[in-house]
Design a protein around this ligand. Sequence first.
Ligand SMILES: Nc1ncnc2c1ncn2[C@@H]1O[C@H](COP(=O)(O)OP(=O)(O)O)[C@@H](O)[C@H]1O
Ligand SMILES: [Mg+2]
Length: 239
Amino acid sequence: MTQTTTAPTSIITPTSTVLEARGISKIYPSGESTVVALRDVSVGFEAGRITAIVGPSGSGKSTLLNLLAGFDIPSSGAVLHLGNDLKSMPETKLASYRLAHFGFVFQNYNLVSILSAQENVELPLTLAGVPRAKRSQIATDLLKRVSLDKRMTHYPNQLSGGEQQRVAIARALATNPSVLFADEPTGNLDSKTGRGILELLTEPMAESSNRTVILITHDMDVASRAHRIVNIRDGSLEG
Ligand SMILES: Nc1ncnc2c1ncn2[C@@H]1O[C@H](COP(=O)(O)OP(=O)(O)O)[C@@H](O)[C@H]1O
Ligand SMILES: [Mg+2]
């Protein structure tokens, strides 16, 4: 009798909660006093869904994203990815966990200036120990997908802002992450270039229906492309 084995990821249906914040708060020291950047936030993110986090400057959007992505630990409460509490992982394990499961796109692109576009995209794969030929194949495919196949050997300072962000998206997707985080990904771009970036972040996501996308923005036009909008104000979720 032949029986197919079910890989753990295949049991994630489009309505499964992949990532969850349970009552998280974040308090930063500020001189003699403290700043409550997030206050008792609970929110879940489902597979195959794009969520926009919207709020004014200083409302706690980046703080929330940094906690969801395991870059920082909540002062109280917990963040769970597929039921795994990020807080319970030692820093080295958390770093490799992030590498395996999460992808990141930032406002300032954060490319490595001494690496070519191709090498930047390969970087997370190099860190994950993926063999050279496979890395090269993945990077080539992804750079083609973001229409940069003619720019693979260019360095970040030889690329426009929009092109750099496309490299950053290709890099973020290289490990085929379960969650893609983007913090103001179009914040430094003119509106036409921004729209192109947004299409890349949203449309390929619909194809790989299991990927969760969490997009921070203060642009309602950007937010309107998401399946869901979460509003944040003064560190608390609204509505
Ligand atoms: N590392 C930090 N130390 C102290 N205060 C911080 C720090 N990071 C953010 N804050 C404060 O927390 C609040 C939320 O900031 P942030 O999450 O960056 O907001 P947003 O991304 O929505 O603009 C702000 O009042 C900010 O000044
Ligand atoms: Mg921010």
